[in-house]
Design a protein. Structure first.
Length: 137
């Protein structure tokens, strides 16, 4: 369990485990299941829970730290730093995000998803995230 959230990993997936951990934590924050200041399990504890190497968890936490999503302190451990309600994105985030989105949209196009279908799917996913609260204020 992560912050009262059931963290699910697919150990047989082609997606690296550290990336899955990073992605699930970001999704939990976006859904409002984890908030700014909430602690994360220690790298050793989370590794033990999944039977994986703690360096794998450390890599996920380091990625989240670099992205400004968590802060890591030797004394207090890892805690959520970024909450969807905490204001506008940090400088540079939007450009990087658009670059990643461009690739995902290109993949959708290559695999035959039409624009209307992509927009519908994006809207459905976004509706489950706390970011919607910000746009209605």
């Amino acid at each position: 369990m992560l912050l009262g959230v059931n963290l699910t990993l697919d150990l047989d997936s082609e997606v690296p485990i550290y990336q899955q951990i990073r992605d699930r934590i970001v999704e939990a924050i976006a859904r409002g299941e984890a908030e700014e200041g909430d602690p994360l399990p220690s790298t050793r504890q989370l590794a033990a829970d999944f039977g994986i190497n703690f360096h794998t968890v450390n890599k996920a936490y380091d990625l989240l730290r670099q992205e400004g999503v968590i802060r890591v302190n030797r004394k207090s451990g890892a805690v959520i730093r970024r909450d969807p309600r905490s204001g506008p994105p940090e400088p540079g985030f939007t450009d990087d995000w658009e670059d990643r989105m461009r690739v995902l949209l290109a993949e959708a196009t290559v695999h035959g998803l039409g624009g209307d279908d992509v927009v519908r799917r994006c809207a459905a996913m976004l509706s489950g995230f706390r970011a919607e609260e910000r746009t209605t204020r």
